[in-house]
Design a protein around this ligand. Structure first.
Ligand code: SF4
Ligand code: SF4
Ligand code: SF4
Ligand code: FES
Length: 948
């Protein structure tokens, strides 16, 4: 039976492998055991009327519209809640059934406003469809007023709740529970009086609701409706594309009217998200057409000058001539560029190609430098490949989930919901985090162990876990012997067995009770399939790479790698951070993670690109800043990255940018970096171009143009124009040609093409002759190192030099919040500010009391490099001695305080550990005052652009 992927089959598919034969309306059908009669019927094209059932949630059986007759059975059972059995004979349509259904519909309609013609859902309303399907022609009952006239809740900025149209089918309640896992909605009252409620005396905005949109999607009527539909009417066509926010990479149907996006609906066929979404991808797309978009190229000689709008030809010619002038004056290596993890694979590939072949050096880097570069290093060394090992679906087979230094419900919300679902099914949870993230305690989920460690002690914790595994004989000896480099394992075993790594010995360092570490280690090693998920709380440390190595060691030692339900999984932050790394965005590696000095690689690329390539690794981002201050790095091409906000110690970054003679920014807004720029090339949002993104599970998904670029060009086209002007020719007429070139150069991409992606929906690399449909789980037979064996490496704990002192007695650590995305350039330009309009400092009640700080007080946060001022919130989510904030608003200056300490292997900044002092103040910091003046000046110079 072929499956129509867009059809609603009424109930979820059964995973059973056992098959059952039955007859429906005389037609024979074979379906997996556990399938509902409704789904079995739908699979042969018999669509039984339904209202409370939809195939994204479990059936509930409340509306009774879907009744059927079963031969030999009693009564009229609901087909959505009745499973098939061998030999069943079901009838879905006869007079009796028709009468029952009409009666049900009459009752619903008697309590429903009959305003179909002016209703926002007109044309997309299941109640309307079902009235037609059951042939309802009249309503014999007097109108009831239980719901009619009920007041609308318009508190949510993106959707409206109009209870007058509610049929109390509870699809919304179940979607919130099952799909999202928030349990924000309930049905209050009984019978006719029952009503959907987002909490007692609460509206949607002030309730627990996280605005994921699952309820809106599930609602069969106009009760829960997107405001955009209410304002603009129903869309007329749809194009499937991929969310441009986080590394989950959710698939969406962009529903359009002409070139206007009316709504983004999560695609039920999306292989990363299976029809779910979060507030960002679902609703926060308005930035793409925000009035702040810059759509004309601009140039200026100095950052004190007004911007001048110019033609594309003039802007590109000016940018190219400046880069050439700088190279002529300061040498070939005096310029470089940054690829973007927000742009497509094809665009990242072209930028690094331009730098290597057009500039003639390897001065290319990307924002992964400041987030997951330790993942690249640590996993490559130990496992042989620098990416996560699993697909997201693998979590549904995990028995134990370890979450370390990552906050999935805020940072990777759709995967966070999937995790919660598995946890509600009974998987165990170990959280390793200094802060009480939501997963520690959320409806029906409670962490089995929360190892609330002190920031900067990750390596000590990982070593302590390893010590328990080794000393309590919990090693999977067979796995190690068969799959790993045994000599390295033996060395590691001796190393971690040392008593100095025992939980009792490290308790004082980590602050975590030894008994908890022992119990967590036992659970990880013996609890069945154990999956390790981690994030920037692991990598953004002076020992970020060491911790990643330590995690890989743990997975190998316990055999928790190489199959479903296990693995080592970095949760990538940005939509295409995996892709930008794959595409050769690091200064020492060509595309496919091959060293620039490797002779075979070097020859291959020189031949294919027709250019002389340097074999010297280029500058990393922090080295570029240092070189700028030394006067040896004077020109930067920065595509889609806001280093002036996102990088640590930004006073230093600003000074470096000011020193450069030509900064070219290619972006959609005048971001913080653009305020230091001399050339502004207006880029395109993800809605305006074609390409691919690669998510955290190595999934290459399509990005499809749904509207023309506001400034005229996709970003890859702008890079191509610049390259041609620099004298290195590029002649791609379509993004697919770039992917074809990538596939010809990177062995793990050799099977990737747009045709393949269109056919499969998405594909996970490696995708080549051996695995033509991609690779959901890696290292299943052997590791990707040359000898096929996993390598254990020693992980000595070295305390960070960033220490608390009497002057700076607290540790500041940072993270993200659900409503906003990284530097906030996009989400700050959406209604998401309704949830979070400023960065707040979280401080423990003891530390707050010591300093006389109350909720809402302005507090100074001072480190050895800088000072800023935020409002405080007193909370026990953080432990005493630790303060926490987000970094989504430039004026907060979170990175004025962070230092230039970095990971020993990769230079990834130690964002997560800064010694600070907190004091109550009444005014903003000197830096903030300077920032405001500078910003006002730059906005003024921008306003003059069109008039110059
Ligand atoms: S709001 Fe919609 S989904 Fe929820 S009970 Fe009412 S009609 Fe059903
Ligand atoms: S938007 Fe999401 S979180 Fe909010 S009530 Fe609906 S399903 Fe629940
Ligand atoms: S989870 Fe990530 S990819 Fe999915 S909708 Fe949200 S921001 Fe977009
Ligand atoms: S659809 Fe089956 S009872 Fe409502």
């Amino acid at each position: 039976m072929s499956i129509d992927k867009d059809k609603d089959y009424g109930t979820p598919a059964s995973a059973s492998t056992e098959l059952v034969n039955l007859e429906i309306d005389g037609f024979k059908v074979t379906v997996p055991a556990g399938t509902s009669v409704m789904r079995a019927a739908a699979s042969i094209g018999i669509d039984i009327p339904k209202l409370c059932a939809t195939d994204s949630i479990e059936p509930f059986g409340s509306c009774r519209l879907c009744v059927v007759q079963i031969e030999g059975g009693r009564g009229l059972p609901a087909s959505c809640t009745t499973p098939v059995f061998e030999g069943m004979k079901a009838v879905t349509q006869n007079q009796k059934l028709a009468d029952v259904r009409r009666g049900v519909m009459e009752l619903y309609i008697s309590d429903h406003p009959l305003d179909c013609l002016t209703c926002a859902a007109n044309g997309d309303c299941e109640l309307q469809d079902m009235a037609g399907a059951v042939g309802l022609r009249e309503v014999r009952y007097k109108p009831v007023t239980t719901h009619l006239g009920a007041e609308k809740d318009t508190s949510n900025p993106y959707f409206t709740f109009d209870p007058s149209k509610c049929i109390v089918c509870s699809r919304c309640v179940r979607a919130c529970e099952e799909t999202q896992g928030t349990f924000a909605l309930t049905i209050d009252g009984r019978g006719f009086d029952s009503k959907v409620s987002p909490g007692q005396n609460e509206d949607f905005l002030s309730s627990e609701c996280v605005s994921c949109g699952a309820c809106v999607q599930a609602c069969p009527t106009a009760t829960l409706m997107e405001n955009n539909i209410i304002e603009n009417g129903q869309p007329e066509h749809a194009i499937v594309t991929t969310c441009a926010y986080c590394g989950v990479g959710c698939s969406f149907r962009a529903e359009m009217k002409g070139e206007q996006v009316i709504r983004m609906v999560p695609d039920k066929n999306g292989q990363a998200n299976h029809g779910h979404s979060c507030v960002k991808g679902r609703f926060a797309f308005g930035y793409a057409t925000h009035k702040d978009r810059i759509t004309k190229p601009m140039i200026r000689a100095s950052i004190q000058d007004a911007w001048k709008e110019v033609s594309w030809e003039e802007a590109i010619a000016y940018a190219a001539s400046e880069m050439k002038r700088i190279q002529a004056k300061y040498g070939k290596d005096s310029v470089g560029g940054l690829t973007s993890s927000r742009c497509t694979n094809e665009e990242a590939y072209l930028v690094q190609k331009l730098i290597r072949a057009g500039f003639g050096n390897n001065n290319v880097d990307t924002c992964a430098r400041v987030c997951h570069s330790p993942t690249g290093y640590g996993l490559k060394q130990t496992l042989g490949e620098s990416s996560g090992t699993q697909n997201f679906d693998s979590i549904m087979k995990a028995d134990v989930i370890v979450v370390m230094g990552v906050n999935p419900t805020d940072g990777h919300p759709v995967f966070g919901s999937m995790m919660k679902k598995r946890l509600r099914e009974g998987a165990k949870l170990i959280v390793i985090d200094p802060r009480e993230i939501d997963l520690v305690k959320t409806p029906h989920v409670q962490a089995d162990y929360h190892l609330k460690l002190r920031p900067s002690t990750n390596v000590a914790i990982v070593n302590a876990l390893a010590h328990v595994i080794v000393s309590e004989n919990l090693v999977d000896e067979e796995f190690v012997k068969a799959r790993c480099d045994v000599a390295s394992f033996n060395k590691w075993r001796t190393f971690v067995a040392d008593i100095r790594h025992a939980p009792e010995a490290t308790e004082e360092i980590t602050g975590v009770p030894a008994a908890d570490i022992r119990a967590a280690a036992r659970l990880y090693a013996t609890g069945g399939n154990a999956a390790f998920h981690y994030g920037l709380g692991v990598t953004e440390h002076s020992q970020g790479s060491t911790t990643v190595i330590g995690i890989a060691n743990l997975a190998m030692a316990t055999g928790n790698i190489g199959r479903d339900g296990v693995g080592v999984n970095p949760l990538r932050g940005q939509n295409n951070v995996q892709g930008s790394c794959d595409m050769g965005s690091f200064p020492h590696e060509l595309p496919g993670y091959r060293h620039v000095a490797d002779p075979a690689t070097h020859d291959l690329f020189e031949k294919t690109w027709g250019a002389e390539l340097s074999t010297n690794p280029g500058l990393r981002i922090p080295n570029m800043f240092d070189a700028a201050l030394d006067g040896t790095f004077m020109g930067l091409y920065c595509e889609g990255e806001d280093i002036a906000q996102s990088d640590p110690d930004i006073t230093h970054v600003h000074a470096a940018l000011q020193k450069m003679e030509c900064v070219i920014v290619q972006d959609i807004f005048l971001n913080e970096t653009a305020k230091f720029a001399h050339v502004f090339l207006p880029g395109a949002s993800f809605l305006e171009k074609t390409g691919t993104f690669t998510n955290a599970e190595r999934r290459i998904s399509p990005v499809r143009k749904v509207m023309r670029p506001l400034a005229g060009y996709a970003d890859w086209e702008i890079t191509q124009l610049l390259s041609n002007a620099l004298g290195y020719p590029m002649n791609y007429s379509d993004a697919s040609e770039i992917m074809d070139e990538i596939a010809s150069l990177i062995p793990s991409f050799s099977g990737v093409s747009y045709a393949k992606i269109d056919e499969l929906g998405s594909v996970q690399w490696p995708c080549n002759d051996e695995t033509p449909d991609g690779t959901p789980v890696m290292h299943t037979k052997e590791f990707l190192r040359d000898d096929g064996k996993g390598l254990f490496m020693l992980t000595e704990y070295v305390p960070t030099i960033e220490k608390v002192t009497p002057m700076f007695p607290l540790i500041l650590t940072t993270g993200r919040i659900l409503a906003h995305y990284n530097v906030g350039a996009q989400t700050r330009r959406t209604e998401n500010t309704a949830w979070h309009s400023e960065d707040i400092l979280e401080i423990h009640s003891h530390d707050a009391q010591d300093r006389g700080i109350n909720d809402g007080d302005a507090v100074s946060i001072k480190s050895r490099v800088g000072e800023t001022v935020l409002n405080a919130i007193v909370t026990d989510r953080v432990q005493p001695g630790v303060v926490y904030t987000t970094f989504h608003f430039p004026e907060s200056g979170a990175n004025v305080i962070t230092t230039d300490n970095s990971d020993w292997a990769t230079n990834c900044p130690e964002y997560k550990v800064t010694a600070v002092q907190i004091t109550k103040v009444t005014k903003s910091s000197e830096w903030q005052d300077g920032y405001r003046t500078f910003t006002d000046t730059q906005l003024d110079l921008l306003a003059q652009a069109a008039n110059v």
